[in-house]
Design a protein around this ligand. Structure first.
Ligand code: CO
Length: 147
């Protein structure tokens, strides 16, 4: 495995609308994308850009995640963490299927098959118990893409 760019940090929130105000007014975010529903995953999502390093095209994003009605896993997370909280981290890889095979060869539990994620590219999650307690998303990004 070769560690890729930290694409985003997933943050669960009971209210994306309230979180947008927080990131704008408290954190000074200037680029907050329009929220959208990902019905397949039972969530509403909103990306907040952080600045890139000098000379870099894209900074790491914050992915705000709010459960849609019927969502069980994010709703359970918010039951334990009513104010919201850090939910997952997401690293980029050039080839999602190669990455899945590598994690599995190391005995890491990949949760389901690669599927289309919030950025429209293939993603999978790796079980937090196999990842030092961190729910880890792996996302395919072609060399030209960034996000
Ligand atoms: Co994510």
């Amino acid at each position: 495995m070769k560690l890729g760019r930290l694409n985003h940090i997933g943050v669960a929130t009971p209210s994306i609308a309230d979180s947008i105000i927080f990131y704008r007014d408290v954190m000074g975010a200037t680029t907050i994308h329009d929220p959208f529903d990902l019905p397949d995953q039972g969530v509403k999502v909103c990306f907040v850009d952080t600045p890139g390093a000098e000379g870099a095209m894209n900074g790491t994003q914050i992915e705000l995640i709010e459960p849609l009605p019927g969502n069980a896993s994010i709703a359970a997370f918010l039951e334990k963490n009513p104010a919201g909280g850090q939910h997952h981290v997401c690293y980029e890889v050039p080839d999602i299927h190669a990455a899945k095979a590598e994690f599995e060869a190391m005995g890491k539990r990949v949760l389901g098959e690669p599927r289309i994620g919030a950025h429209g590219t293939l993603i999978f999650f790796v079980h937090p118990k196999d990842m030092q307690g961190v729910l880890t998303e792996i996302m395919e990004v072609s060399a030209q893409d960034g996000h």
